[in-house]
Design a protein around this ligand. Structure first.
Ligand code: AMP
Length: 398
């Protein structure tokens, strides 16, 4: 049975067709510059040459039509017709306080996605367009919404409530939601299986360290806490996001620079993080590491601060769970950067964490990287958000 996974951004659309009989990727691709001049589809079918189509895509509806054509193309395609697609799983950013479990899309689900446009202004409108485009292209095929906030929605009230007047929660749903949900769901689940841990009680911390970065704590796969908040701005230092900050900084910059709140929030989202801390070198950790290696002091501090904050969150989450059985690293930095993994773990000797340097000398491969006598299992688990979405979709249509 084949499931199509769709991840719509404001001007992009990523897709994967997954054969759920063996969880293998049959084809995948990317539509870029939707609604912008110079749109392009890049389609890769397993065992076939890449197929690139340069054609204007004014909307996500055109993009989905082109994806369907590519999937059915006599040379580059992988299916005869769309009836081979059992269901479509969509990554949807925000379901507000209404939805956390994945759900088959109906009119009510679409209404909630629309109502949450202000909580996810870049993603929710695109996600809805993707769903409506699939409804049009494949009438009768179920569409499933898998919420990026779903994992974090399971955290307890004491973890998700902000210490602000309660009326704002009641009126506007202002609370901590958490993001990267499908990644935390997938990696925490795989860590339990791969580490042979107790599926009901295992205490797992997942460090999703990419351009966006977040940490989660879960017991038996259920989220206890996670570092992103109402928006993805809270928590770790990221490529361009500041993470945790005293909110008074916003007022201070507004007053000093004559900017409004929206401008400063834009700076905190797009010009801060390691990019801002390094004095503008780059948001890419490889560039920051290179500059630090060449003795650039700001780049060194950015890297140290990044690692320090990850370690602080791990310490806090270990306290929140009264222990930790496994720590899993994932995403671009977590999967590829042995130095960051090692430097984070150097803070954790008090927990009995011991890294095996030889095992840690690896990129993008599922592996235990702690020493056999480490009190906590440390693992590298490459994330697979598409597979997590496809599994959720399959479970609902079965
Ligand atoms: P992601 O958002 O998960 O795709 O992660 C993207 C980030 O991973 C990039 O911005 C890089 O900073 C980082 N990255 C990728 N490869 C490496 C590497 N070999 N060493 C350090 N960082 C890396």
């Amino acid at each position: 049975m084949k499931i199509l996974v769709i991840n719509c951004g404001s001007s992009s659309l990523k897709y994967q067709l997954i054969d759920m009989d063996n969880e293998s990727v049959v084809a995948k691709g990317l539509c870029e510059r939707i609604g912008i001049e110079g749109s392009k589809l890049t389609h890769k079918a397993t065992g076939k040459e890449d197929y690139v189509v340069e054609k204007e895509m004014p909307t996500h509806v055109t993009a989905i039509e082109m994806v369907m054509e590519a999937l059915q193309d006599p040379t580059y395609g992988v299916i005869k017709d769309t009836s081979e697609i059992a269901a479509v799983g969509h990554r949807v950013l925000h379901g507000g306080t209404t939805y956390s479990d994945s759900i088959i899309v109906d009119e009510d689900v679409k209404r909630v996605i629309r109502e949450c446009f202000d909580l996810g202004p870049l993603h929710n409108p695109a996600n809805l367009m993707g769903i409506e485009a699939c409804e049009k292209a494949m009438p009768g095929t179920p569409n499933v919404a898998v919420w990026d906030t779903g994992f974090g929605m399971k955290m307890p009230e004491k973890a998700y409530m902000y210490a602000i007047p309660h009326e704002y929660y009641e009126k506007y749903g202002i609370r901590r939601y958490g993001f990267h949900g499908t990644s935390h769901l997938y990696v925490s689940g795989e860590a339990i299986k791969f580490g042979n841990l107790d599926p009901e009680n295992a205490k797992v911390i997942v460090c999703h360290l990419g351009n966006g970065a977040s940490v989660s704590a879960s017991i038996g796969g259920k989220c206890v806490d996670t570092s992103m908040g109402l928006t993805p701005l809270e928590g770790l230092i990221m490529g361009t996001r500041s993470g945790d900050i005293d909110p008074a900084v916003v007022q201070f910059i507004c007053n000093k620079e004559g900017k409004d709140v929206n401008e400063v929030l834009n700076i905190l989202n797009k010009k801060s993080g390691v990019l801002g801390m390094s004095g503008g070198i780059s948001s890419d950790f490889r560039d920051i590491e290179k500059a630090a290696g060449e003795g650039n002091h700001l780049a060194e501090v950015a890297l140290e601060a990044f690692v320090y904050r990850v370690a602080k969150y791990i310490g806090a989450y270990t306290a929140a769970m009264n222990g930790v059985d496994a720590i899993a690293f994932t995403a671009g930095v977590g999967e590829n950067d042995k130095n960051t993994r090692k430097n984070v773990c150097n803070y954790l000797a008090y927990l009995g964490v011991k890294i095996d340097d030889e095992a840690n000398n690896v990129r993008g491969e599922r592996r235990v990287i702690s020493a056999p006598d480490s009190k906590v299992k440390v693992m590298l688990i490459p994330t697979n958000e598409e597979l997590a979405i496809a599994r959720e979709t399959l479970a609902l249509i079965k």
